[in-house]
Design a protein around this ligand. Sequence first.
Ligand code: ADP
Length: 454
Amino acid sequence: HAEKKTMADHLRKFESLLTLTPQRMRMIVHAIEEALDNGLKKDGQVVPMIPTFVFGYPSGEEVGEYLALDLGGTNLRVCLVTLQGHGKFEVAQTKYRLTEEQKQDDGQKLLDFCAECLDHFIRESLGRTEKDGILPLGFTFSYPCNQRRIDHGELIRWTKGFGAPNIEGRDVAAMFATSLKRLGVPAELTALINDTTGTLIASNYVDPDAKIAVIFGTGCNAAYMETAENIPKMANVGLPPGQEMAINCEWGAFDSFVHQHLPRTKYDIIIDESSNKPGEQSFEKMIAGLYLGEVFRLIVCDLIDTGDLFLGQNTYKLEKAYAFDTAFLSLMESDVTDELLTVIGIFTHFFGVETTIEERQFFKKLSVLIGTRAARLSACGIAAIVSKKGYLEKGCAVGADGSLYNKYPNFANRVHQALVDIFGEKGKNIVTHHAEDGSGVGSAIIAAMTKKRK
Ligand code: ADP
C-alpha cells in the first residue's frame, strides 16, 4: 500500500498548485488589458470600467474642512479631513464595526446606520451642531455603482459579501440623502466616490507621480485617470477632447462567469460556489482579504478529510466557513521563532488543536504561497494598466491602501517582484506606496474639487 505522505510532500503539491510563473502572469496581463479595453467601449461588460465624474487630478491647493464617510466592507469610518494645501492634510476619525446582520439587512436601514454614525461623530467627537453650519460630505461607497454625476450612483450589484436587499439598482446617493434628512444630520452629500478613486486622488495630491491606485482590503480594485477620447462608451456625453476622468475599473470582476484566464483551484471554486454571489468577482476572490484565510482553511480541511492532519482531534472549530481570518496568515508569516510559537498559539487558542513542528512549518509555507499568489495576481492587474497607458518607460507610482497591503508581511515586495517578472528590469519603474488614509482624504479632496467646479 502507498506510503503515508509527509507534510513536505503536501507542500510540494500546493507549491505547484499555487505558484504563478512569469509566462502565466503575462498571459493574464494580456487578458486583463483586453477586459479593460472592452469595459471602456461598451456598457455592461464583465469589467465595467466605471466613469466616476472626477475630472482630472487635484491641483494640490485644495483647502477646507470636509467630512468623509467610508463604507469599506469590514469597517465604517467617519473622518473630518482638514485640507491645508501644498499636499498637506490632517484627519480626525472614528471607526464603527459593521455586523454581519447589518450587511444583509434592508438597504435603507444600512444607510440609516451610516447616517447615525456620522451624526454621532459630528455631535460627540467634533462637538458641532446645526448652528455651526452644514459640512460638505464625501461618501466613499466602495461597491460598483453606475454614475451620471458625482453626487449620484446606482448600485450595480453588491460585492464583498454584502447582500442588503432593496438597494441594488437604486441611487445610493439619493437614498443616503434621505437618511441624512430624516435624522437631521448637519452634513450635505457632495460626492459619492469609490475608495480606489479616492486613493488615486489622495495619492496624487501628495505625489504627482501617482497615476494608479489599488485597494487591497476586504476586496480588491483599482482606479486610474483616462482621457475622454479613450472612453468610447461616453462619446455621446460630449466631453471636451483631452478631458481627463478617473475610471473605477472594478477589476475584481475580471474573468467572472467565463473563468477562462485565472488559474482557479478547487478551493477557489468552492469559495465562489458557496458565496452569496456565485460566478461573480472571480479575480477579487483569489486576492482579497475576505477570502485568503478561507483558501487556507479549505486546504487544511481537505487534509483533515484525507486523514493527513489532526487525526483523532476535534476539529469542528476549523470546519466553520470563514473561521480562519486572513490576519492569521499574516501572523504565521511573521513568526520567526524556531518552534513557530505564534502558529502554536493560533491553532491551540482559536481552534483547539495541537500541531507538530512539521505541520506548523507547512502552515507557515502555505501562508506564503497563498499570500504570494494574491500579490502576483494583483500585480498582473497593475501591469495591465501600466502597459495600456504606456507608463512603463517613464515609470509611475501606485498608491495602495487596505489591510492586506499595509499589514501582510512582504506583500508590497511580492508585488514589486512580480512586476519585474512580468516586465523585466523596467518593472522596477513601477513602485507602490502606502496612500495615507486614501479613501477619507480622497473623498475630501474630491468634495473640494466638486465645489470649485460648481
Ligand atoms: P476595508 O476593506 O473595510 O476598507 P481593510 O482594508 O481593513 O478594510 O480590510 C479588511 C480585510 O483585511 C479583512 O478581510 C481582514 O481579514 C483583512 N485583514 C485584517 N488584518 C489583516 C492583517 N493583519 N493581515 C492581512 N489581512 C488582514
